[in-house]
Design a protein around this ligand. Structure first.
Ligand code: SPD
Length: 277
């Protein structure tokens, strides 16, 4: 096939872009909440974009989804009841249900169109959404968390970037409400952007999580299509520490394993400084 001259460009901040050559636009719509586009790219397969920001691609999605799910899920000794806030593409749910202890996994996604688009254009990412343990709720995740105190072992926050509908998911009242929605030994993890270009956000979120939970830990993974590639996740826990994980229960992964679990907790000095470690 002749090479196209079409490019998708994400403006990552005022001074930085990432460009992916595209073969064609597969889908484009304005949902009730955001602009939703799906492109076929040459390098990364299908690409899901919300409000101009890359959410996931066929080829590198496994890094982010495995790391946001398995580091916290292995930190809990017996996760049975799990809530995913956001994550309408289903990638986190797919990883959650790999844990045999999980009896119930709720997905609280505000935009039902993301779920539908993912089922159609990213079937391998959305594959877990039809599992009988999964309950897909098209609701405001912030409100859902407020209305379900003391219910979950693990809560995973797979938000979009901190603009538009996701802003509230990066604020202290939300983490306090997540604390209340967790059982007495529960824990949470959230995606918290790039240590290279979102330093104020990481400082603020980490500070809020540390003020809310007895245990707080930032960890890292490398996602080629996310701004700068280096990506952070913040874990808050009432009891268990990710440093104490000695065995891994899930093995059908492409990125996560026991060594990666521990390596992801090791922070470069400039990131340690950000979180005061
Ligand atoms: N800038 C990328 C941030 C994307 C975080 N959420 C991705 C959703 C994938 N399930």
């Amino acid at each position: 096939m002749a090479q196209t001259h079409l490019w998708f460009t994400e403006l990552q901040n005022d001074n930085l872009t990432i460009g992916l050559r595209i073969e064609k636009t597969i889908h484009s719509e304005k949902t009730e909440y955001q602009q939703l586009d799906v492109y076929k790219t040459v390098q990364y397969g299908n690409l899901l974009v919300l409000d101009g920001c890359i959410m996931t691609t066929d080829k590198d999605e496994f890094v982010y989804h495995e790391m946001l799910a398995h580091v916290p899920l292995h930190t809990h000794p017996n996760p049975k009841s799990v809530l995913v806030v956001g994550g309408g593409d289903g990638g986190i749910i797919r990883e959650v249900i790999k844990h045999p202890s999980v009896e119930r996994a709720v997905l609280a996604e505000i935009d039902g169109r993301v779920v539908e688009a993912s089922k159609k254009y990213f079937p391998h990412i959305a594959s877990g959404l039809s599992d009988p343990r999964v309950d897909v709720q098209i609701v405001d995740g912030i409100r859902y968390v407020e209305e379900h105190p003391n219910e979950f072992d693990v809560i995973l926050i797979d938000s979009t970037d901190p603009v538009g509908p996701a802003v509230g998911l990066f604020q202290r009242p939300f983490y306090e409400s997540v604390f209340r929605a967790l059982k007495e030994d529960g824990l949470m993890a959230a995606q918290t952007e790039s240590p290279f270009i979102n330093q104020d956000l990481i400082r603020q979120v980490y500070g809020d999580v540390r003020a809310t939970f007895p245990v707080a830990k930032l960890y890292l993974a490398y996602v080629p299509t996310y701004p700068t590639g280096m990506w952070s996740f913040t874990l808050g826990s009432k009891k268990y520490r990710p440093q104490d994980v000695s065995e891994v229960r899930v093995h059908d992964t492409k990125y996560y394993n026991r060594e990666i679990h521990h390596a992801s907790l090791a922070l470069p000095n400039f990131v340690k400084e950000l979180v005061g470690e």
